[in-house]
Design a protein around this ligand. Structure first.
Ligand SMILES: Cc1cc2nc3c(=O)[nH]c(=O)nc-3n(C[C@H](O)[C@H](O)[C@H](O)COP(=O)(O)O)c2cc1C
Length: 383
């Protein structure tokens, strides 16, 4: 395999040749998954990979074997492209096995940087599958470039703007073009470390009672050598995005401003612009980011019009009282990594469950996990 790009294109095997505990018999699924579901994605993939040495695996078992082989190479592969065809129903049996493999082997993708192509025959499930896969692979050690996803919805209408920018109304051509650029970005990704790292920490929590904020303070205590700027976005300091017309947003964005002005323009934009990474302090509120943090992301759009964030990493501390940290993590992945182009370092989020004020700091093993997360930030920013 050498320095080749590793391409993982899960495809359900219909003839019972799987190893492991699950075997599907030919008579149950005569044609396996409908073969047609792969046709469009394979054509896009072939065009994006033309002239690029790559090693293609079609099953979770195949990935496991390829990774074992890769570890023995003098120059191991360190880039991975996932290509998932979801068909009409949004289900790909072998993809589910891939998730299981990654969740059972939390270091399997250490050292890899990834991107993904997700193709469907309906308008649904491509984005939700993509965030599920990125979250799972990230927990298994895989970093992701900013804008790691190219998705083909059934109609391809999600390529309207990209096609217009290319001066064509050929949506499939825009799909091919986006996939080609994404693969090049993956291969050319230069890595991350910075000489004098700066971290912007965004929160909307009470210093006194918040579990999430308490964990940030503990993590922050181990980050000497990294310049950390904390910005609080509580209680009406931030209005949500007004959804100005595109040209008006662009006009403000070019001056690194926004219709509403205020703390976002005066404090947050300059801090994010100067930072090498942002850390989001996220309590789980109704299985979502809190309103103030969502407003921050929406208002980032004006700055994003002027410059993208490929050179900035995203970290998060997420605390749920009961459950659902993965949902909040996936929301951050979709909004900031997939949409706003922040780099996603391996294991970008610390995920904890605690409800009563102060209880997060009393969780068994919490000191070690905070130290480990701080070390992850240091490794990413300082190399
Ligand atoms: C408005 C609100 C909504 C919440 N929704 C959820 C929820 O959907 N799921 C959950 O597990 N915990 C939920 N919680 C509990 C918090 O996630 C929990 O208190 C946790 O410790 C993080 O919040 P904190 O940093 O403010 O302490 C909610 C708390 C509030 C105040």
């Amino acid at each position: 395999m050498g320095e080749e790009l590793l391409v993982v294109r899960p495809e359900e095997q219909a003839d019972g040749q799987w190893s492991g505990e699950t075997r599907i018999l030919k008579e149950d699924f005569p044609a396996g998954e409908d073969r047609g579901r792969y046709r469009r994605m394979d054509a896009v993939l072939a065009s994006a990979l033309a002239g690029i040495p790559h090693h293609l695996v079609r099953t979770a078992d195949g990935l496991f074997r390829a990774l074992a082989e890769n570890r023995g190479k003098a120059v191991p592969a360190d880039r991975i492209l996932f290509a998932v065809a979801l068909g009409r129903d949004g289900i790909n049996g072998e993809y589910t096995r891939l998730l299981r493999l990654l969740r059972q082997n939390p270091c399997l993708l250490d050292g890899f940087t990834g991107a993904l192509l997700v193709d469907g025959e309906s308008e649904l499930f491509t984005k939700s599958t993509a965030t599920e896969l990125v979250f799972t692979a990230n927990c298994a050690g895989c970093a992701f470039i900013g804008h790691p996803l190219v998705e083909g919805t059934g109609s391809l209408l999600n390529f309207r703007v990209a096609a217009k920018n290319l001066g064509t109304d050929d949506l499939l051509a825009a799909y091919r073009d986006s996939a080609g650029k994404m693969v090049k970005n993956l291969l050319n990704f230069p890595g991350y470390p910075s000489k004098s790292p700066r971290l912007t920490v965004l929160h909307a929590s009470s210093h006194r009672t918040s579990n999430t904020f308490a964990l940030w303070r503990k993590v922050g205590g181990s980050l000497s050598g990294i310049a950390c700027e904390e910005i609080g976005l509580r209680n009406g300091t931030l209005s949500d995005c007004a959804g100005c017309p595109y040209k008006m947003c662009l006009h403000y964005g070019e001056k690194e401003s926004c219709f509403y002005g205020g703390v976002m323009v005066e404090n947050v934009y300059p801090s994010v612009r100067a930072a090498d990474a942002i850390l989001m302090v996220c309590p789980n509120y109704n299985d979502a980011l809190s309103a103030n943090l969502t407003a921050f992301i929406n208002r980032l759009t004006a700055l994003y019009r002027k410059r993208q964030f490929y050179d900035k990493a995203l970290f998060a501390i997420i605390v749920s009282g009961y459950s659902g940290c993965d949902i909040v993590a996936r929301q951050l992945i979709a909004a900031l990594n997939m949409n706003k182009s922040f780099y996603l370092p391996p294991r970008f989020a610390m995920l904890e469950t605690a409800n009563d004020p102060g209880s997060a700091l009393r969780l068994p093993g919490i000191d070690g996990r905070c130290a480990e997360f701080a070390e992850n930030i240091r490794r990413t920013l300082c190399g």
